[in-house]
Design a binder for this molecule. Structure first.
Ligand SMILES: C[S@@+](CC[C@H](N)C(=O)[O-])C[C@H]1O[C@@H](n2cnc3c(N)ncnc32)[C@H](O)[C@@H]1O
Length: 266
């Protein structure tokens, strides 16, 4: 599973350095799975960035997408990453030297009206309590004709196999309870339309974990969360984890969640 727990449920304001390191490691792990680079490539292609344009990535995390955006707009353009988390911004600035990183919040973008050519926002809406407010901010700062791609996961699409499907379901539901806006992806077109934008296209890729995930910390943590919330007992959890590990050993393993990216213009 990618971008919910273990890091997504943390408030961005009170992260210690250690928490930021954990969050960065989780984002790096996810970036190495094929789904993220594939959907990023789709997003950048449909945005159709031109040299000289000014583009913003909201919730820029480690700066990987901002780095790609900076390449697309070239030296005459400007790529800006925005993130409320200082540790993330420092890491992003280290990785993406041709982008600029600013402190800020999706609810109050520090840019004048109609001042940006394009915007990206990847895996942030699932953490927002007021997504319509963030969409309205995007519409405000985009220039007429400006484009945006918002990407997020929809946690109803999560699959864990093998193991008892009923246990898989309660484990996924327990995990989903820790995410502010777990069905963010399906709601993106509605947010954008209500903000006055026109939706043009939707792309999708599943974030498919490798078999190594079956015995990794994430699965154990999901099982522990389900036990802590009282939805399964420790014994059934143990059995479930054993089934997953056995499946991974024989290649009979699938763990994924699907991401959707919505392109719109002003
Ligand atoms: C799951 S990470 C995604 C990072 C990056 N966009 C990516 O896809 O690799 C979520 C990011 O959103 C940021 N974030 C959380 N709340 C935010 C808000 N209200 N406004 C802007 N960014 C926010 C976090 O600091 C974190 O860097």
């Amino acid at each position: 599973m990618p971008d919910g727990p273990p890091h997504g449920h943390l408030s961005t304001d009170d992260l210690s350095t250690a928490d930021v390191d954990v969050q960065i490691a989780a984002l790096d792990h996810q970036s190495r799975l094929p789904g993220i680079p594939r959907l990023r490539a789709w997003s950048v292609a449909v945005l159709g960035l031109k040299p000289g344009e000014r583009v913003l990535d909201i919730g820029s995390g480690t700066g990987e997408l901002a780095r790609i955006l900076a390449e697309a707009v070239g030296e005459t353009g400007e790529a800006i990453g925005l993130d409320p988390n200082e540790g993330m911004r420092a890491e992003a600035a280290r990785r993406a030297r041709h982008a600029r990183f600013v402190a800020g919040d999706a609810y109050a973008l520090p840019f004048p009206d109609s001042s940006l050519d394009a915007i990206t926002c990847e895996r942030v809406f699932q953490h927002l309590t007021e997504p319509d407010k963030a969409a309205a901010e995007i519409a405000r700062v985009l220039r007429p004709g400006g484009r945006v791609v918002i990407t997020d996961t929809d946690w109803a699409t999560a699959i864990i196999h093998p193991g008892d499907p009923d246990i898989a379901r309660v484990v996924i539901e327990a995990m989903r309870g820790g995410i502010v806006n777990p069905f963010a992806a399906r709601r993106l077109p509605g947010h954008l339309i209500r903000a006055g934008l026109t939706v043009d296209d939707t792309g999708s890729h599943a974030l498919i974990q490798s078999a190594a995930a079956a015995t990794g910390p994430l699965v154990k943590m999901l099982g522990r969360m389900a036990v802590d919330r009282g939805v399964i007992d420790a014994q059934r959890c143990e059995r479930f984890l054993e089934d997953l590990a056995a499946g991974a050993g024989s290649g009979d393993f699938h763990m994924s969640v699907t991401m959707f990216a919505v392109l719109a213009h002003k």
